[in-house]
Design a protein around this ligand. Structure first.
Ligand code: DQA
Length: 155
């Protein structure tokens, strides 16, 4: 079965209690269950990982690159949280691992503080979903699956 990695970065473990006016009331466990259901509807499975540590996210992207190359992974849905706006290392990891990554933000970062308007990840991403709340994860999953099926149509 085709697999996707759902990768969440710093502070996303606080979803549900963290600034609900911006991020809603769903917990990370709710979001991961939403992703699992969305993937299953498309005949896929998900692996979910959240970390507050940049190096753990880097290692996960490297591993995803290996799995993608081996044909065991379709791609990565990545909400890198604040590392989006600071991390050259994540940019380099996405490029270096050569795995399709869809960058997701729950909030519309472009309607927020100017320091959130720049993303180091966007130039390396296969696609970007911003401002649709947690439904953005579902849109990203659909985008990755459609992209993979376009590249390798079913016989
Ligand atoms: C976020 C937006 C980032 O600017 C912020 O640092 C987050 C969450 C979002 O999902 O809207 O942690 O990535």
């Amino acid at each position: 079965m085709s697999k996707l990695l759902i990768l969440n970065g710093p502070n996303l473990n606080l979803l549900g209690q963290r600034e609900p006016a911006l991020y809603g009331t769903d917990t990370l466990a709710d979001v991961e269950a939403l992703c699992r259901r969305a993937a299953e509807r498309l005949g896929c499975s998900v692996e979910c990982l959240q970390s507050n540590h940049e190096g753990v996210l880097l290692d996960a992207i490297h591993e995803a690159g290996r799995a993608f190359k081996a044909g065991a992974l379709l791609g990565v849905v990545l909400n890198a949280g604040a590392y989006t706006h600071t991390s050259v290392a994540l940019h380099d990891a996405i490029k270096g691992a050569a795995v399709p990554v869809v960058e997701v933000h729950i909030s519309n970062v472009h309607a927020r503080e100017p320091f959130r308007h720049h993303s180091y990840l966007s130039p390396a991403a296969a696609g970007i979903v911003v401002g649709f709340g947690v439904d953005g994860y579902v849109l990203a999953i659909e985008g990755l699956v459609r992209r993979a099926r376009r590249a390798a149509p079913a016989p």
